[in-house]
Write a protein that binds this ligand. Structure first.
Ligand code: PMP
Length: 303
């Protein structure tokens, strides 16, 4: 790609709008020094008429608010304030194709490096649009490869923290094993992927690991629960043992950028028949219908 073709999106940083390549933060920003901040990733879907629409935006704002509350940063905006910024980042980066909005809030810039947080800091707020490609029909038909590893992260995985070293190492483990995702186990129980929630199917029942401090509750967690109900699939939120994972009829992951994606190989062994299963297919269909419904409501709002 020539230099001229590099996408240099217009980003928001602390009240200013400008090119990503020129955005700067002070080195004493606590996000840089301590990973002291939280983030969100909202998917944006390209529409036929050229607009890009967010999916489940209200739920992303609610989770951002929860993450901020858990680390005691005052939310710098209400939902309407966030929405105005998201609308602008979409408008200022108009173009073809699907995308995501990345939002990061850190505790702000301290005067000196010290672990405990100083009072009265102004949070740093950064918003960026990135282009992405959702999995293709071929990738979905094939299903993805996953590997397992011991979950060695801290026990506040419910906070969508930018302190992602544990997740980074797990994503690298997947990459080095030609896998899409690393599925983590803690004390013999399934937790989640490096950047996804994990679901298994046993005798037609969909199982998800319990919400709580060991996993991030994906925006797709509640959604998949709703979609399962709509599709008449039994759902249980409960501990899932390593043996259950390894003998699952189906395994799938969910995230903003993968939607729901079948895992057809786990640690080199095929899952189910090595093909995406019927529960995955039903959830994927229901997911697409949920998008259509929400985009109709979004389009009505825009009028
Ligand atoms: N768990 C982790 C650790 C993640 O990073 C993600 C992706 N943000 C998820 C689960 C799935 O969350 P969501 O459905 O909101 O993308």
């Amino acid at each position: 790609m020539s230099q001229a073709e590099v996408f240099d999106p217009t980003v928001y940083l602390n009240g200013e709008w400008g090119p990503l390549s020129e955005a700067r933060i002070p080195v004493l920003d606590r996000g840089f020094i301590f990973g002291d901040g939280v983030y969100e990733v909202v998917p944006l879907y390209a529409q036929a008429e050229g607009a890009r629409l967010p999916f489940r935006l209200a739920q992303h704002f609610a989770r951002l608010n929860r993450s901020l509350g858990k680390i005691r940063i005052d939310n710098p905006f209400d939902d309407a304030g966030w929405r105005a910024l998201i609308d602008r980042v979409i408008d200022d980066n108009a173009g073809a194709g699907d995308a995501l909005v990345y939002i990061q809030v850190t505790r702000g810039v301290a005067k000196r490096r010290g672990h405990a947080f100083p009072a009265g800091l102004t949070p740093t707020v950064f918003i960026m649009l990135s282009k992405i490609a959702f999995p293709s029909t071929e990738e979905r038909a094939r299903g993805a490869v996953a590997v397992t590893a011991e979950d060695k992260r801290w026990l506040h995985c419910d906070i969508k923290s930018v302190s992602l070293l544990g997740n980074v190492l797990m994503a690298q483990h997947a990459a080095e094993n030609d896998a899409l995702e690393t599925i983590q186990l803690r004390d013999g129980l399934l937790t989640e992927g490096s950047s996804s929630n994990v679901w298994i199917v046993k005798n037609g029942t969909l199982l998800g690991a319990p919400r709580g401090p060991r996993i991030l509750e994906g925006i797709r967690y509640g959604l998949i629960e709703e979609l399962a109900r709509e599709a008449g699939i039994a759902f249980e939120e409960r501990d899932i043992t390593e043996a259950e994972l390894r003998s699952a009829d189906e395994i799938m992951i969910s995230s903003a950028t993968k939607e729901v994606m079948p895992i057809t190989t786990l640690d080199g062994k095929s899952v189910g028949g090595g093909r995406p299963g019927p529960v995955y297919a039903a959830l994927f269909e229901a997911y697409q219908r949920a998008k259509t419904r929400e985009f109709a409501a979004e389009a009505a709002r825009a009028k």
